[in-house]
Design a protein around this ligand. Structure first.
Ligand SMILES: [Zn+2]
Ligand SMILES: [Zn+2]
Length: 280
């Protein structure tokens, strides 16, 4: 069995974001909606307690304390169940957490595309003074990660999506938090996966421009909006569970009762929250 745990479901900045007073950030501050930490999931394919992180957010220390299975075992003074990290791209909100993992005695295993590794040379340099990063290649073909768990990378502009497979049952899960363009390969994976965790950053292309003058559009930031982008694709997917995650604090789907939230729910899609668990 594969276990997936959503550690953080927000896009960069989190919910609430430190300098933002938009309706959602205000609602999160006043306890009307649940706060969210920045996007990361933990995944495990064995019963021995090995866990992998997909993206390492700046909120990682808090996320580890929120999930007992990621905390060190009592049997020795220094240890961790975190066996490695997979990166979808080099964004700050996906990579800064690597710096929090510097205290361990053994090299930190990180799977990433060559472009991501190159862009993170600065983190590589910082960690070389500690126990360093041991970089591992990713591939378009399934490779074994641990136990029953295999994975492959689906290349996208500026990022990758990961598809995971349970080698015993054949069940698959897709994690695509940063989708700039709907490629044919990604579309096929959305149709063929049992669980789909998809880029829910923005509802509309101009959403960020409404709170910050001169802000880039969703598409310019390499995120396909939900409304006129991914909603139809996910609606038509036969996946058992379809979930929007990596949600920006400006996105109206965060607020129950909005027209946008209703459209997502009517399409059979869930809105992720921190701590959501999915068994595959
Ligand atoms: Zn991000
Ligand atoms: Zn906000």
């Amino acid at each position: 069995m594969i276990r997936i745990h959503i550690l953080g479901s927000a896009a960069g900045g989190g919910l609430p974001q430190w300098n933002c007073t938009c309706a959602n950030c205000a609602a999160a501050r006043s306890g009307k909606i649940a706060p969210q930490t920045q996007s990361s999931i933990a995944i495990s394919g064995d019963s021995e307690g090995h866990w992998f992180l997909i993206n390492a957010s700046p909120d990682l220390p808090r996320q580890i304390e929120s999930m007992p299975q990621l905390q060190p075992y009592q049997e020795s003074l220094r240890n961790t169940p975190i066996t490695g990290v997979l990166l979808t791209n080099p964004d700050i909100d996906h990579a800064l957490g690597l710096l929090h993992l510097r205290q361990q005695e053994t090299p930190l295993v990180v799977y990433a595309a060559d472009q991501t590794r190159t862009a993170l040379a600065w983190i590589d340099r910082v960690l070389s003074r500690f126990s360093r990063i041991e970089w591992r290649k990713i591939s378009a073909d399934f490779q074994s990660l641990n136990g029953n768990l295999a994975f492959r990378a689906i290349e996208l502009p500026g990022s990758v999506a990961f598809q995971f497979r349970d080698e015993t049952s054949g069940a698959t899960a897709l994690f695509a938090p940063s989708v700039g363009e709907l490629t044919e390969e990604l579309g096929n994976a959305v149709q063929a996966s049992d669980v789909v965790l998809f880029d829910g950053t923005f509802w509309s292309d101009g959403e960020l421009g409404a709170v910050r003058l001169g802000a880039k559009t969703a598409r310019e930031m390499n995120h396909l909006p939900i409304g006129d982008g991914s909603l139809d694709l996910l609606r038509e997917s036969p996946a058992r569970r379809k979930i929007y995650t990596h949600i920006n604090n400006t996105n109206p789907i965060l607020m129950p009762g909005t027209r946008e939230r209703a459209q997502v729910e009517q399409a059979g899609i869930e809105v992720a929250g921190d701590g959501l668990e999915i068994n595959l």
